[in-house]
Design a binder for this molecule. Sequence first.
Ligand code: F6P
Length: 365
Amino acid sequence: MKRIAINTGGGDAPGLNAVIYGAVHAAAAMGLEICGVRDGFEGLLAPEQYADGGLVHLDRAKVRNIAHLGGTILGTTNRGNPLKYEIRKPDGSTSQVDRSDELVERFHDAGINSLIAVGGDGTLGIAHHLCQKGMTVVGVPKTIDNDLQATVVTFGFDSAVSFATDCIDRLHATAESHRRVIVVEVMGRYAGWIALHAGIAGGADAILIPEIPFDLQRVAEHITRKTAGEQKYAIVVVAEGAKPVGGRHLVRSGSNAGRVERLGGIGEAVAEQLHEKTGKETRAVVLGHLLRGGSPTSLDRLLGLNFGAAAVRGLTEGRKGVMVALNPPRIEYVPLETAVSTQRLVPIDGNAVLTARALDISFGD
Ligand code: F6P
């Protein structure tokens, strides 16, 4: 292996810096050179935009104390898809070109033949394409939405759910004081993971997710019934991709220039209709990008660190065209008497231990 590159693409998620940290430390321990590509693939596709040429040499000093920080030290972008790269013509109009061959060439010119691509479905789709063009790529599943198959969880999800739950906890107090219905819109694109997990953890009275189209009349009746009892308020959690039976999700802006559509607006719409149907005072709160900011939870830090190290390990084992995936065992029943025996960490060499049994990281295609 010559030189490894790591990049972070698509929307940021808490834990990206932990992945970078884990990968850099694993590479250093194995005597491998690693560098970061700025802003997805932009560092290679538009190097003239960067004072450092778009590639950052990474070593232990460069990643000191970053694992607990949100965001990504490499930067990221939702634009710059090399397969649909937007170019501006002299007359001001734009068109899309496929720059993937050029990108592979630029990786090779920089002495890089292996890439750790940290991203969601968009970035990992591009990574898959680069693999088909001969690059050695290992993907790392990132997204607060948790909507990637083949891994039980993506990093970033736990931080988003924890924050959303905290917000719902706070909203109970104000909703109760005013006897209001508060509708909380959360991100998640076309999947309801964040809404479902935060809604259950936060004790919401109704949770609307894209996977189950809603009938607002029934939701209103449920709320009217509930608030006729001792509890005079209600909390409704709505995923941004939730849609009514027979309807479509609400879109803020359509897809263009290689960008996916932006969802949003359903929280406000649901709040208005619930007001009309229940007669109760309603308010809508959109958590939006707050779910992506802030420090990763300890789980996302551990996941990120382990994923980053596993990606480097996978490359040294000759794996390519794979994604690291977390697939721990399910909850099961064990004999009660086993609860009394202590499980200790297992030393694997002089100063390393098997850090977390639950982090059973495998390589899924
Ligand atoms: O995929 C992560 C995500 O935060 C989605 O939940 C949301 O729909 C989207 O990204 C928002 O993207 P942007 O950063 O373009 O606003």
